[in-house]
Write a protein that binds this ligand. Structure first.
Ligand code: ATP
Ligand code: MG
Length: 654
């Protein structure tokens, strides 16, 4: 990080306000009193949450153990099992309640109750034990969005075997690297998975990966697409055969609160993915509590987190949080455009989804496709919307609230990371006055700050570096096998503060606005500018669906602003639109922010989790060889943009 400019300059001013609807506020799960209770004694507050929300074999009596910072521990004398908290304890009162309405991409539908899920998890857990897998063994999971993915995760948790879920869209090399990095001895995969009408050959990819993973002695294969596959006798075993004769009960492993629950690699937006280690008691407390608060979870809700289980959002808010809370969720296997671009909205209408949680990248796709798709369906069941993954442009927020939320419902913009495990900065929907584009406040029990290069809090209204000032229960414990990188990456910049790696600004009310990654901050004529505000100014133009902005080396200004813009619908752009967009930014937030070049493109380079990879756009803009592309989802687009950027450079304005 540079130590010159102490802050990031912020240009945006967004003054739309949305207080909670009266009826929503009147019956809200989380009320303002939580903030006070937590502030009075954050550790006692979290301990109380842990004991109240979870079932323990031995309830913890201590909150945070800070004897050896930054290796914090939580609830160390507690003993529990995560799968028991997600399943067994619901059986008596709500065994017949649907845990998941699952929908396959080709159209199959399956309702899985808590009792069904418990039985499936027990059978697989027994099957894994029969293959010699037990407490402490690492198991890789490489599946699509099928019920077996959830079952596999919980079966691992039941026997105390830390799982590492690898997103089903990753290549054999990415899978191999992750298996080797965390020393897995078993893999759970499938013959294939459905995505946009095509089969992703999971087993074939897995076989290629396993060629370099001799320690993997068991590969469990779910039959999903009936694809032809190779078979390695002895190593490979069909899932349905493995579980067939197993008992429907399985004695859960008693886990210490600090025993590992899973390892998950970050999205890799900034570089080489990091193996984030989460443990059991603190993690489960953090995700269960925040799932209730942020989504105002009630007994009759139908909740849909449309992320993939391969990302932390799936771990925390498809699997562990909702199941610990006994919620009814939707699980959808495939692409949002299959068979048509209204697939999500047909699902919302079919199951009466009340809460929808998704990423800004999805919302921007919907904006690009047009309102006709949501308009085909009755979305009136929706009462709350959420987003996560990137800063949300105010116009995308408004679009989401208007066209999906019927202009009535709260939208919670939730900031958090694979590392934080749980949502950290987010509105409480029954309490907080919403501002489009702002994640608003740290949740009860969370202490954040915005600091300058010296680690001093910056005044309200200014931008700086987002830090967390106190440990929190679901925090990462280390980077798997690399304590040094853990300390270096997060704890060495400032004494006693966790460096999130994101820029942020607090407005005059103290609300947080995320400004994107520190690495993406630009330096234009001595002003340190964040990308998100310029992108949001572009998305504010009625023709624009999505925009990415990067700084590229410039002889006169240090860096010049290079923008990449995707237009809505079938709009095609020309020089006059480019001129208009440049002017629009200048008018909206100031001449300093006027992009020097704009390239119109059908798509932007994204990680497989859908996040814009600005570092690749920087490479393209500066005509450099591309950096690490292993997490890049859409390679074609990069080539295409590179060609267009080249011609833009030769004809750019001033
Ligand atoms: P890597 O760390 O490997 O580069 P990544 O940071 O993309 O990958 P994740 O942990 O999935 O991996 O993403 C967390 C990041 O996503 C945050 O640090 C932030 O940059 C961004 N983010 C998540 N939610 C929000 C949000 N609501 N507003 C703004 N940014 C967000
Ligand atoms: Mg990150």
């Amino acid at each position: 990080m540079s130590s010159d400019g102490p802050t990031i300059r912020s240009l945006e001013s967004e003054d739309r306000r949305f207080p909670p609807p009266d009826d929503f506020a009147a019956s809200a799960v989380a009320t303002a009193e939580l903030y006070d209770r937590a502030a009075a004694d954050p550790e006692a507050f979290w301990l109380e949450q842990a004991r109240e929300i979870l079932d323990w074999y031995t309830p913890p009596t201590v909150a945070c153990d800070a004897a050896n910072p930054p290796f914090f521990k939580w609830f160390t004398d507690g003993v529990l099992n995560a799968s028991v908290n997600c399943l067994d304890r619901h059986l008596a009162a709500r065994g017949d309640r649907v845990a998941f309405h699952w929908e396959g991409e080709p159209g199959e539908r399956l309702d899985i109750t808590y009792r069904d899920l418990h039985e499936r998890v027990c059978r697989l857990a027994n099957g894994l034990r029969a293959r010699g897998i037990g407490k402490g063994d690492r198991v890789a999971i490489y599946l699509g969005m099928v019920p077996e993915a959830v079952v596999a995760i919980l079966a691992c948790a039941r026997i105390g075997a830390p799982h590492t879920v690898v997103f089903g869209g990753f290549s054999p090399d990415s899978l191999r690297d992750r298996i080797i990095d965390c020393g897995c001895t078993a893999l759970i995969t499938a013959d294939g998975s459905w995505r946009a009408g095509k089969v992703i050959p999971l087993k074939r990819n897995a076989d290629a990966a396993l060629e370099s993973c001799p320690d993997v002695h068991t590969s469990v294969v779910v039959r999903r697409t009936e694809s032809e596959i190779a078979w390695s006798e002895g190593r490979d075993v069909w899932y349905h055969e493995l579980v067939a004769d197993q008992p429907a009960e399985c004695d859960p492993e008693r886990m210490a609160a600090e025993d590992p629950l899973y390892i998950l690699y970050t999205s890799g937006s900034t570089g080489k993915p990091k193996g984030i280690l989460h443990t059991t008691g603190g993690y489960l407390t953090g995700v269960a509590a925040t799932h209730r608060w942020c989504f105002d979870l009630k007994d009759d809700d139908v909740y849909w987190c449309a992320a993939d289980v391969g990302w932390v959002t799936g771990h925390s808010y498809i699997v562990y949080g909702p199941l610990a809370n006994g919620a009814t969720s939707v699980l959808y296997e495939g692409a949002p455009s299959t068979p048509d671009k209204d697939r999500w909205w047909s699902i919302v209408a079919r199951y009466g989804v009340t809460i929808l949680y998704c990423a800004p990248t999805a919302i921007r796709s919907f904006m690009k496709w047009g309102t006709e798709y949501p308009e085909r369906h009755d979305l009136s069941s929706i009462r709350l919307l959420g987003t996560v993954g990137e800063p949300i442009n105010p116009e995308a927020w408004i679009w989401y609230r208007t066209h999906i939320g019927g202009e009535r419902v709260p939208v919670v913009d939730t900031w958090w990371q694979t590392e934080t495990g749980q949502i950290m900065i987010s509105p409480l929907p029954g309490v907080t006055t919403l501002k489009p584009g702002s994640a608003t406040r740290p949740l009860p029990g969370i202490t954040a700050d915005v600091v300058d290069a010296r680690g001093e809090s910056v005044p309200l209204g200014q931008g700086g570096y987002l830090v967390l000032r106190r440990p929190w229960p679901a925090m990462l414990r280390t980077l798997y096998g690399d304590d040094e990188r853990y300390v270096d990456t997060y704890w060495s910049t400032y004494e006693g503060m966790y460096l999130a790696g994101d820029g942020a600004r607090r407005d005059d009310d103290g609300d947080y606005w995320l400004l994107g990654r520190i690495d993406d901050v630009m330096n234009v004529s001595g002003h340190r500018l964040s990308t998100i505000e310029i992108e949001s100014a572009l998305v504010d133009h009625p023709l624009v669906a999505e925009a990415a902005v990067v700084g590229r080396a410039d002889a006169t200004t240090g860096q010049a602003i290079a923008a990449f813009v995707t237009l809505k619908g079938h709009a095609t752009g020309d020089e006059s639109i480019i001129a208009e967009l440049r002017q629009h930014v200048a008018t909206k937030i100031g001449a300093i922010a006027r992009p020097k070049s704009i390239v119109l493109t059908d798509d932007l380079p994204k990680t497989r989790s859908g996040k814009i990879m600005r570092r690749l756009l920087r490479d393209i803009s500066e005509n450099r060889q591309l950096g690490d592309v292993t997490t890049l989802a859409n390679e074609e687009v990069v080539q295409e943009i590179a060609g267009m950027a080249e011609s833009a450079r030769s004809s750019e304005g001033s």
